[in-house]
Design a protein around this ligand. Structure first.
Ligand code: ZN
Length: 341
């Protein structure tokens, strides 16, 4: 379809040459929530060669307010976010390769998942994963775009290793757990995530078409309710911060042999348990074992067991999300009782 990208090729910053470059590039989106859905939609429509969607979760009704690739049928069909997004994106542009991974990015799998990505977009909801991405990208000289939203406020920063400060230059260390609000505790205005994801997509288009000179070099903060735009100058941070990651090449998040195998999913009253020994789950075998215990439904992507006040969702990669508690030991007990690995 020669007409498909006509308007984008007319734009002076891209042109036919830039369009050809886009078609050869692979972008990985870590997390397919509000930010991931919107940036994926924009990049797939723009004709990026391959878009990889990495997400660990399933769709809930409260996601539909802002996660633009999902609908009510996806929830009825028990589709994980990565699969629902892939189906929608493939309909939007059949010329783009869309890859879906239903998994949690961690130090053990990051190399395999991201090895062919030219650029990474942050659609995550936690700093542990962001610092892991930062380590990987700085080490391998891969650009990535940080994005986060809460309430009416969104923040973004573009990281081009070797050229700009990295996320750790700006944030030093992970904010102590519980001190940062999340969209599950403070809510979120959907236009904020659209704005931040649109900036992430625009930054991606610049980098992928070799227009790095045009990238945003500030920590950009936008508050759509109070009508405030703040641009924090971070140009000198790399020199002044003595950053562990980009000045001293200490990739501690990447080097972690042990990562959190049991994670409270912030504000969701749910806990994720992941096996550290790499074991996987055969969903049909598990289904036949659990059928006599409670109400079980499953497809090839996930299995769900409803029992008492809990809802267990198991994935083939070995993870189980237990909804109905945010207490780690309660969740481990339920896991041991029903999944039992
Ligand atoms: Zn740094």
């Amino acid at each position: 379809m020669p007409e498909r990208y006509a308007r984008q090729e007319l734009f002076y910053g891209i042109g036919q040459e830039g369009q050809k470059k886009l078609a050869t590039k692979t972008v990985a989106l870590i997390g397919c929530g509000a930010l991931g859905c919107t940036s994926a939609n924009l990049l797939v429509r723009s004709g990026v060669g391959c878009v990889k969607i990495i997400d660990r979760d399933y769709i809930e009704e409260s996601n539909l307010q802002r996660q633009a690739l999902f609908d009510e049928d996806d929830i009825k069909n028990n589709l994980p976010k990565a699969i629902a997004a892939k189906k929608k994106l493939q309909k939007i542009n059949s010329g783009v390769i869309i890859e879906a991974s239903i998994t949690d990015l961690n130090p053990a799998n990051i190399e395999t998942i991201l090895h062919d990505a030219h650029l990474i977009i942050d659609g995550t909801d936690n700093f542990e994963t962001r610092f892991l991405i930062n380590d990987y990208c700085v080490k391998n000289f891969i650009p990535w775009i940080y994005g986060a939203c809460i309430g009416s406020v969104g923040i973004t920063m573009t990281i081009v290793p070797g050229e700009t400060p990295c996320l750790r230059c700006a944030l030093q260390d992970i904010p102590p757990f519980g001190t940062t609000e999340t969209c599950d505790t403070a809510g979120i205005l959907s236009p904020v995530s659209s704005v931040i994801a649109s900036i992430q997509a625009a930054e991606s288009l610049k980098i992928l078409t070799d227009n790095v000179a045009s990238i945003n070099r500030h920590l950009l903060k936008i508050d759509l309710w109070r009508n405030q735009i703040t641009r924090l100058n971070i140009n000198t941070l790399k020199e002044s911060s003595n950053c562990k990651t980009c000045r001293n090449n200490q990739f501690e998040y990447l080097m972690r042999e042990k990562y959190s195998s049991t994670t409270s999913l912030c504000g969701r009253n749910a806990v994720q348990i992941a096996p550290t020994n790499g074991s996987t789950i055969d969903l049909s075998t598990l289904a036949s074992r659990l059928e006599t215990i409670g109400r079980v439904s499953f497809n090839k992507y996930m299995l769900r067991l409803k029992i008492n006040n809990y809802e267990l969702t198991a994935f083939p990669d070995g993870r189980t999300i237990i909804a109905g508690t945010d207490d780690l030991s309660t969740a481990k007990g339920i896991y041991a009782k029903y999944i039992g690995m």
